[in-house]
Design a protein around this ligand. Structure first.
Ligand code: NAI
Length: 210
């Protein structure tokens, strides 16, 4: 690809992917940037600009081929690959993520679930046994695990991240409300701070009521 794509564009791609899937499910063959704009909420010129980053895809007077664009964006997002994944912290959130089958459909295969609580170790979530955190490093190394999902309390998140880094993890999906320090530039991290999103909602609600 060569050219560096801005994070703002990358953050919009999953939304394109989701809307295109809906169009595909409705058997739509093609769509103009104008119509895509009306359903997705970005301007038509924004859509053209975004997709031009990846070489276009659209054709003057035809618009976009829905199936092709969906497949291409999926490829750009790396969704044509499988990722071995582990979840650390099998509490409320860890179990909810483990129970959701949608991630597997997108290629994120949950291979292990880890916790420190002896009352949880040995229990099963779907057909995944909750394992002792002591075994995390060995498991990650031996099973080619690429992604670690951190669902522990925030006080433990950095130490878990350190173990994952030592085990050659490639990416961390962090739900703990803390910004992790990762020195290895080859490791990518995506923080999901649900509270930040909730507080944004709170702001918008209050703004409306002024
Ligand atoms: P929880 O208390 O239900 O689960 C945390 C789990 O981590 C427990 O099972 C605990 O035994 C385990 N744990 C603690 N230390 C550990 C260690 N060193 N190694 C392995 N496992 C360890 O908490 P919950 O609700 O699942 O939240 C998890 C994280 O996600 C927290 O940091 C929380 O702030 C964050 N979060 C949760 C949200 C939610 O909707 N539940 C929303 C936003 C953030």
């Amino acid at each position: 690809m060569g050219k560096k794509i801005s994070m703002a564009v990358i953050r919009r791609l999953p939304k394109y992917h989701r809307y295109l899937k809906e169009l595909l499910d409705k058997d739509r063959k093609r769509i103009s940037s104008k119509e895509l704009s009306s359903i997705i909420g970005f301007t038509a010129s924004q859509i053209r600009q975004d997709l031009n980053n990846f070489g276009g895809f659209g054709q003057q007077g035809y618009g976009y081929n829905v199936e092709e664009l969906y497949a291409e964006i999926g490829k750009i997002l790396g969704l044509n690959m499988d990722y071995n994944t582990v979840i650390i912290g099998a509490g409320n959130l860890g179990q909810a993520i483990a129970n959701y089958s949608g991630f597997e459909k997108s290629g994120f295969n949950i291979k292990g679930l880890f916790d420190i609580n002896p009352r949880l170790i040995g229990l099963k979530i779907r057909d995944l046994e909750i394992r002792d955190i002591e075994n995390l490093e060995k498991f990650v190394l031996e099973n080619d695990i690429e992604i670690g999902v951190i669902c522990t309390p925030k006080e433990k998140a950095q130490e878990i991240a350190d173990v994952l880094i030592r085990s050659n993890i490639k990416g961390i999906w962090n739900f703990a409300p803390v910004d992790l320090t990762i020195e290895d530039e080859d490791i990518v991290i995506e923080n999901v701070h649900l509270t930040e999103s909730l507080f944004t909602l709170s702001y918008l609600l209050n703004e409306k009521n002024k």
